[in-house]
Design a protein around this ligand. Structure first.
Ligand SMILES: N[C@@H](CCC[C@H](N)C(=O)O)C(=O)O
Length: 321
């Protein structure tokens, strides 16, 4: 049923089959569906079926690529906002978690979306950055000379405000196997994150994280949870670079080998723990090690955060609806 990603496959959905491409960013994996007319009704049940690793294609999430203008005309507020923010954001990333829930943003997904748009002949990143709409605003993707995709993820904030930054925490997280909850910091990247600092790599690697961690107080929209261990600083080509290792339990999914917005949240939390909300004296660039590889997080002079990493398209095929 499947064909190599390099072969050309029909991309428009038909009533009884869907053309898909399977892709991943540092092993955070996605089922990608091109909907160039913006006509596909994708309900939670169908998302769960596509994402199922036994009876479907399998993935942490399902990504629909659709025209921003068509979604805006159909009343999708986020698409209307995206066009108001940047009328060149022709394509929209409609992101769903594997449990069928809708998520605002996916950092690894944006990179894989850009690679998919190129494969479909809908974008040419060699000609310049791609602006795409998401439920958390317009994101701009640039292709780096080494083949990585760099995404300007836009603004971020600490929901707990200055007092949380000063205290270093505003939540507590309990994970299966711990005798006591640990302090944690909430970071908003358009989607919600709670970052917990652990004492050592031994602790990080010995943890069982298949069960949903308990977060108190639980943010109103739920949360993704990142467990992090700072690994110090090193000299990079453009100055000092911080390094950390992370495991992540995603909202709507469970433990995943990577999370792009989670990597940004982790770097921003560790930087805040080191230097407060101004970040003065802490590195602006961070390498985040995840079970599925490595990504780079950078504080841009604009105050926005940038995420860079690989994007891979693995195979394409047709799946029955
Ligand atoms: N894997 C993504 C995040 C996907 C959405 C998340 N599970 C949520 O519900 O917020 C990433 O790479 O950022």
């Amino acid at each position: 049923m499947t064909q190599p990603a390099t072969s050309s496959v029909p991309s428009a959905p038909t009533p009884d089959t869907l053309a898909f491409t399977k892709g991943h960013g540092t092993q955070n994996d996605f089922v990608l569906i091109a909907d160039p007319e913006g006509v596909l009704e994708l309900g939670p049940q169908e998302v769960r079926r596509l994402a199922d690793r036994r009876s479907g294609v399998g993935g942490d999430g399902v990504i629909r690529l659709a025209p921003t203008a068509a979604l805006a005309r159909a009343g999708e507020q986020a698409a209307q906002d995206a066009l108001a923010e940047d009328p060149t954001a022709e394509w929209f990333m409609d992101y769903r978690n594997s449990d069928g829930s809708v998520a605002e943003m996916c950092g690894n997904g944006v990179r894989v979306f850009a690679a998919f748009a190129e494969q479909q002949g809908l974008a040419d990143l060699s000609a310049g950055p791609l602006s795409l709409g998401t439920r958390a605003g317009v994101k701009r993707v640039t292709k780096e000379p080494g083949g990585w995709y760099a995404v300007d993820m836009g603004p971020w904030f600490l929901p707990g405000g200055e007092s949380a930054a000063a205290d270093g925490y505003d939540a507590a997280v309990a994970v299966h196997g711990w005798t006591a909850p640990r302090p944690a910091l909430s970071v908003d990247l358009g989607n919600p994150h709670t970052v917990v600092a652990l004492a050592s790599l031994d602790e990080l690697e010995s943890l069982e994280l298949f069960h949903a961690p308990e977060v108190a107080p639980l943010p109103p929209r739920g949360t993704n949870v990142e467990l992090v261990v700072p690994l110090g600083e090193e000299e990079g080509p453009d100055g000092v670079v911080g390094r950390l290792r992370m495991r992540v339990h995603e909202r709507g999914v469970g433990e995943t080998p990577s999370c792009g917005t989670g990597a940004c949240a982790a770097a921003l939390a560790v930087r805040t723990w080191q230097a407060g909300s101004s970040g003065a004296g802490a590195p602006d660039t961070w390498i985040v090690e995840v079970p599925g590889g490595e990504v780079r997080v950078r504080l841009l002079p604009s105050g926005n955060v940038e995420l860079a990493g690989p994007a891979a398209l693995v195979y394409s095929g047709q799946v029955a609806r």
